[in-house]
Design a protein around this ligand. Structure first.
Ligand code: PEP
Ligand code: MN
Length: 359
């Protein structure tokens, strides 16, 4: 259930309404949007009549029941306003969301050594990426495959951050690693295989860092959003949803099936920012560029791309990793297409300058 307050409602009245809703045994969450102040009510609202809530204040414009199973993640919960996940990095705040420029996250599948990590970080930064990705703890199908360098890799991520100022995204697999990962990560990634690890979701939600939640290998859109709901319910509103391909019957030519229709579908269901990972979705470096273009055209807010200085020698996911020159080339295309769709930071900046010059 949400309460929409009338425009111009005094702040003290909003606070009074918030306090009153607690008497109904509900948890109120105030959201100050650009247009309206909305109070989301979470809890057992089944037996509560919307008129009972309306009677709390003459400043209440509307009380709306949210019928979807995901509440905080739903677009209605924000009264149709898309949220922005603002992440602090040494290079400044980077914002993810529908009303922000496209954000590119790039880096190797796993952190292998300092030299390759710093080289990749410097190159992706120069090409326009805002975040460095790299796994310290890798979820591998085989227990005999390279599992990631663990804690020492976190130290290398910290080093790359120090050198480049890029934000860091890295995956957590075990609740006991959350604290050390949170020391270096600006965004904590929950991978596809853990999308429904509910105890991990609750604890990551409580860690206070923005979370990148990847869609499970065969998760429905509703299951995806319910997992995001776990993180939001733990008190963390900074969640980015990442589509990384889903399983289908044909795995000969592509690793997974990139579900681009998820972008407009999610846009109609949730206020949360959307990321597309064409690398894990296709498993093939030559498919990354066309799928990245498709994702921009379909309206993604962000892209995650795997890059390795020498993909043939990569310890993990070499076939889908772009070389550094390959990434630079794809970034040229990303730049052009995101400008076309006015999702390019520079163009928006130029436009702002132009419009202020005209004004
Ligand atoms: C990754 O991003 O390194 C990764 C393992 O991705 P996913 O969970 O999507 O397979
Ligand atoms: Mn990978």
């Amino acid at each position: 259930m949400i309460i929409v307050m009338k425009s111009g409602t005094p702040a003290i009245e909003v606070e009074r309404v918030v306090a009153e809703t607690r008497n109904f045994g509900l948890t109120p969450e105030k959201c100050i949007g650009n247009q309206k102040v909305v109070i989301g009510l979470v809890g057992d609202t089944e037996d509560i009549n919307t008129q009972q809530i309306e009677q709390i204040s003459p400043f209440i414009e509307q009380v709306i029941r949210i019928k979807k199973p995901f509440k905080r993640a739903s677009l209605e919960f924000r009264y149709g306003e898309y949220s922005s996940v603002d992440v602090e990095t040494p290079n400044g705040i980077v914002s993810f969301g529908k009303n922000n420029p496209l954000v590119v996250v790039a880096g190797p599948c796993s952190v292998e050594n300092e030299e390759m990590l710093v080289e990749t970080a410097q190159a992706v930064k120069a090409a326009g990426a805002r975040f460095l990705r790299g796994g310290a703890y890798k979820p591998r199908t085989s227990p005999y495959a390279f599992q990631g360098h663990g804690e020492s890799a976190l130290g290398l991520l910290a080093k790359a951050k120090e050198v480049t100022g890029l934000g860091i995204i890295t995956e957590v697999m075990d609740t006991s690693d959350i604290d050390i990962i949170a020391e270096v990560a600006d965004i904590i990634q929950v991978g596809a295989r853990n999308m429904q690890n509910f105890s991990l979701l609750k604890k990551v939600g409580a860690a206070g860092k923005p979370v990148l939640l990847k869609r499970g290998l065969s998760a429905t859109i509703e299951e995806f959003l319910m997992s995001a709901e776990y993180i939001l319910a733990a008190g963390n509103s900074n969640v980015i949803l990442c589509e990384r391909g889903i399983r289908s019957f044909d795995q000969k030519y592509t690793r997974n099936v990139l579900d681009l229709s998820v972008i407009p579908v999610l846009r109609s269901l949730t206020h949360l920012p959307i990321m597309i990972d064409p690398s894990h979705a296709t498993g093939k470096s030559e498919l990354v560029q066309p799928m990245a273009m498709g994702a921009i055209a379909t309206g993604t807010d962000s892209l995650m791309i795997e890059v390795h200085p020498n993909p043939r020698l990569a310890l993990c996911d070499g076939p889908q990793s772009l070389t550094i020159p390959g990434f630079q080339e794809v970034m040229g295309d990303i730049h052009s297409l995101s400008s076309f769709f006015a999702r390019n930071g520079e163009k928006q900046f130029v436009n702002q300058q132009l419009s202020s010059a005209i004004a």
